[in-house]
Write a protein that binds this ligand. Structure first.
Ligand code: UTP
Length: 297
């Protein structure tokens, strides 16, 4: 059966975005007009995902509320003839079943994925990080391409990678060690977490989208917590690859950058790019930014 199930972990504390995230999830921060998770869900729907399990945690209830159908609001907008605003709520009617489970302690991304096991059981599934958007305005079908490769290669894990502009950035990411040439689709030998610049096997950084067979759960269970007591997803992937599991890497295309909303620098950049390219507000905002910059010179 074709994979149509995605797990979206949204339980992290988001400490790098404090104070914005003190009482609201980082996954609900707006980027342009929409909150981050809406882009994530729209991207998944675009790749034929029909079931989404959010792994939530304390203080993340607004994510669940967001995907409910709000009949009163729809009726109010209809009665007051606000057609454009009604259109903005169309995502509520996407053909997706939503489910929610909680990560009761924030023990890392690997642990969050493990919390999905009772729901996923022996199915293969997608993991899409809830704090990362792929492609400007989420215009990407990377997950669909990953699923195709997963089936074609009979893989155990497929990971999306983004080529970093600067080699010095490898120290912040999980980096691919390809077996052979790193073409658009390549065999994955290993993933090295935050390597030193001169030890990095490539400039290809893990880009927030994965496809797994259910065998990842056994490897997650055997993964020891790291320094901060967190179970790292990368450590479980390394175990899986070392034990003979088949890994495939897929490059994002140049038009398909990853927008990481986990820190202020990349969040600000994403907001600037999405709002400056907004079809309605973008042109006026561009003029405003130009005049602002002119005044500063
Ligand atoms: P991060 O690695 O950015 O961690 O999470 P974080 O805890 O959210 O943020 P900081 O480091 O405190 O600033 C990547 C994704 O994994 C989820 C997050 O919600 C985010 O979507 N995550 C992380 C969990 O679901 N549970 C965790 O224990 C950690």
């Amino acid at each position: 059966m074709k994979i149509d199930l995605a797990v979206v972990p949204v339980a992290g504390l988001g400490t790098r975005l404090l104070p914005s995230t003190k009482s609201q999830p980082k996954e609900m921060l707006p980027v342009g007009r929409k909150p981050v998770v809406q882009y994530v869900v729209e991207e998944l729907a675009n790749s034929d995902i029909h079931r989404i399990l959010f792994v939530t945690g304390n203080g993340k209830e607004s994510i669940e509320n967001f995907f409910d159908v709000n009949k009163e609001l729809i009726q109010f907008l209809r009665q007051t003839g606000r057609e454009e605003l009604l259109e903005s709520l169309e995502f509520e009617r996407q053909p997706i079943e939503y489910a929610y489970t909680r990560q009761r302690e924030q023990l890392g991304l690997g642990h969050a994925v493990l919390c999905a096991e009772p729901f996923v059981a022996d199915q293969s599934f997608v993991v899409a990080l809830g704090d990362s958007i792929i492609g400007r305005h989420a215009e990407s079908n990377i997950v669909e391409r990953m699923i195709t490769e997963f089936d074609r290669a009979n893989a155990d894990v497929v990971i999306a990678f983004e080529e970093l502009d600067s080699a010095s950035d490898v120290v912040h990411y999980g980096i691919a060690q390809p077996r052979g040439a790193a073409d658009d689709v390549f065999e994955l030998q290993d993933v090295i977490e935050k390597p030193d610049v001169d030890e990095a096997p490539s400039r290809l950084a893990v880009a927030a989208r994965y496809v797994f067979s259910a065998s990842i759960f056994e490897h997650l269970k055997q993964t020891e917590p790291g320094k901060k007591g967190e179970i790292q997803l990368t450590d479980a992937i390394r175990r899986l690859l070392k034990s003979g599991g088949k890994g495939v890497g897929l490059r994002l295309t140049p038009g398909e950058r990853r927008f990481d909303i986990g820190n202020f620098e990349s969040y600000f950049r994403a907001f600037a790019e999405f709002s400056l390219t907004d079809p309605h507000y973008g042109p006026g905002l561009t003029e405003f930014v130009r005049s602002l910059l002119g005044r500063q010179e």
